[in-house]
Design a protein around this ligand. Sequence first.
Ligand code: ZN
Length: 245
Amino acid sequence: MVDIDELKNELVLANRILASQNVVDAFGHVSARNPNNPKRFFLSRSRSPELVEMSDIMEFDFEGNVTDGRKDPGYHERFIHAGAFEANDEVNAVVHSHALEVLPFSLSSVKLRACIHTASATGADIPVWDISDNFGDTSLLVANVAQGRDLAKTLGKNRVALMRGHGFTAVGRTLGEVLKISIYVPQNAKVQREALALGGDVKYLTPGEIAVRDADGPGGKDLFRAMQYWANKAGCSHMLEYKKK
Ligand SMILES: [Zn+2]
């Protein structure tokens, strides 16, 4: 059995890191599957990620229902996480972000593609989900189980899906992996846009290059080094020491 308090500590740290790296602001969220009960997942109550604490972490099922007896319904968009965990057993962590850098690619016919090595874990394809395709005029928020499942269908076995006029959802085999993907996807978008603006041909990572880097496992070789840096930037170095307590 996995120590759930240790996982919750890691999830709080992930919230703080994503806020510190400007991947999320007042909105956006990160979740982790419950390894002791894989049909459940952990996600904060409706708070800005920068402010999330251990006591905010709640447990949900794939219908988006609270399973720990608390009265708080959680984030409005918890169905994003429910759909992603339900659709793919390999997914153990999910991030949803409204990062501005990716938004142009959610509107344009120009596709966002991995072009910098640090973003290779996004994979060869980054699909775009348009909520209006199946749900017509909405608030653009993922507000029910059907919409969460529809997004998960577009995501498929990919690691990132853009959401038209809204943001992106990323999935990972570990929290560390989904952090790395979520931090570097906006940077990849910025570099790609600048390369396109130069006007010449743009060379993207090849499927072979992506496969070589993916062979290093979730998050790559130096993930802990990155975690130390991100935790320090977020003022949370002490949270990496949790395991030693
Ligand atoms: Zn959203």
